[in-house]
Design a protein around this ligand. Structure first.
Ligand code: AMP
Ligand code: MG
Length: 418
């Protein structure tokens, strides 16, 4: 990649996204077992190897009959000549005045053109091997009723799932129903996550006065997993240059290294120093709030080129930057076609004032009212306020050039879920 060092002026969000996204592409494919395939993305189309359902079969427990017998001939009592369970093939064919007991999923016998459910007869479930040899039809059904036709779901040879499909529960179910248990998928990106800061301590560890627990590692690594990436969570580094260097050097197998903290202008913000020694890195101020400082570039780790993204340390800033810059590239590497979250329009519940001409991402909760969405604005929008993240399911976007947005006005909201 060619570094584009932007110094004093702030970079627009869209421009930063374009630069970052353009450096990533779909990873290579691998094979996984069906049982492990959840949240992978298919790398090849899947075509139906056979009709689904394979055979015409019954949608109800009841009796397979000939429609003309019960409607035209008005025969009410039929001779029951056999029984077909869901697992059974229908070996016998049906003649005039005859019926076959049939269970849901059982193959429709030759000669039958509708199924009369138990409810419409004088019969019901029978345990054991015996069953009455006669049945009375109390109420007829239409021709073809309760028969699930073969190929109704998928025709042999038709496209079942396209390459690029995310393997969610329904997709896995349909693949399973074709008996396929090995799948060609895009391998998952390996994302290393490194929290920095002398003040930051792992939950469960002892703390010295003034130290805080590491929330970022958990926000970011779980967000990576939710997006479908594999996380390599490293130990917190503190602010010593050698420690940060050692941590970064251990990431040569990763597709992306995310560092958190140490990218602002503080005395101990050393990430920039380390990164510029290790590769080609841009340090950006992004014209957004929260989340101004960001680094992006590639590291040269023992001849492996590894991409790096440095998020700011304040948890809200880190998370908003993750949503805007990291999640889409994880999805892009995974081969997902639609990498951006959905946006809706919603009416805000309070005035928003934009003091410094940055693009604001305001934490809101979406409420659906009649035919419109309301975006309830969280009371405290500071970048260290974790409760704003817990509250929010969307980010209302106040554009750079909007000084005030009035309560009741509509804004675009980037949805954080779904
Ligand atoms: P920095 O970007 O390193 O200057 O950090 C900005 C703010 O975020 C400081 O108040 C840090 O204490 C806080 N911070 C940095 N890293 C973390 C973390 N992993 N978890 C929680 N807060 C953090
Ligand atoms: Mg720090």
């Amino acid at each position: 990649m060619k570094p584009q060092r932007i110094s004093s002026e702030l970079l627009e969000v869209k421009k930063a996204q374009d630069i970052i996204f353009s450096n990533f592409s779909k990873l290579d494919s691998t094979e996984v077992s069906l049982i492990d395939a959840q949240n992978f993305v298919l790398s090849k189309d899947i075509l139906a190897p056979f009709d689904l359902p394979e055979k015409d079969n019954s949608a109800m427990d009841g009796f397979a009959v000939q429609h003309k017998d019960i409607v035209e001939e008005k025969i009410t009592e039929l001779e029951v000549i056999g029984r077909v369970g869901a697992e059974n093939r229908a070996e016998i064919s049906l003649g005039k005045g005859q019926a076959i007991r049939i269970m849901t999923g059982g193959e429709i016998p030759k000669g039958s053109d509708c199924v009369v459910p138990f409810e419409n007869t004088n019969s019901g479930p029978m345990r054991g091997i015996d069953y009455p040899k006669k049945v009375t039809i109390n109420e007829a059904v239409n021709l073809g009723d309760n028969i699930r036709k073969s190929g109704l779901d998928y025709k042999k040879g038709s496209l079942v799932l396209k390459a690029g499909t995310l393997l969610n529960p329904p997709a896995l179910g349909v693949i399973a129903s074709f008996g396929i248990n090995k799948l060609s998928v895009i391998r998952k990106p390996i994302i290393s996550v490194i929290s920095t800061g002398n003040e930051v301590v792992m939950p469960g560890d002892d703390r010295k006065p003034g130290q805080i627990y590491d929330s970022n590692s958990f926000i970011i690594s779980s967000a990576v997993k939710e997006a479908g990436g594999d996380v390599k969570l490293l130990d917190i580094t503190g602010d010593r240059k050698e420690d940060i260097e050692a941590a970064i050097s251990s990431c040569k197998e990763s597709d992306l290294v995310i560092s958190i903290g140490g990218v602002s202008k503080g005395d101990f913000d050393l990430i920039k120093d380390v990164l510029s020694e290790k590769g080609e890195i841009n340090f950006w101020g992004i014209n957004m709030k929260p989340g101004k400082p960001l680094t992006f570039g590639s590291l040269d780790l023992e001849d492996n080129n590894v991409f790096q993204l440095g998020l700011p340390g304040n948890p809200v800033s880190a998370y908003v930057c993750f949503e805007l810059f990291v999640r889409p590239i994880i999805l892009k590497m995974m081969g997902v076609n639609e990498i951006m979250r959905k946006k809706i329009k919603a009416r805000i519940t309070e005035d928003i004032t934009n003091h410094d001409g940055r693009r604001m991402y305001v934490r809101v909760r979406i409420i659906e009212k009649k035919n419109e969405y309301i975006a309830e604005i969280y009371k405290n929008q500071n970048s260290n306020i974790l409760s704003s993240l817990v509250f929010a399911d969307g980010l209302a976007i106040c554009p750079e050039d909007c000084k005030v947005v009035k309560s009741g006005d509509e804004l675009e909201v980037l949805l954080l879920r779904g």
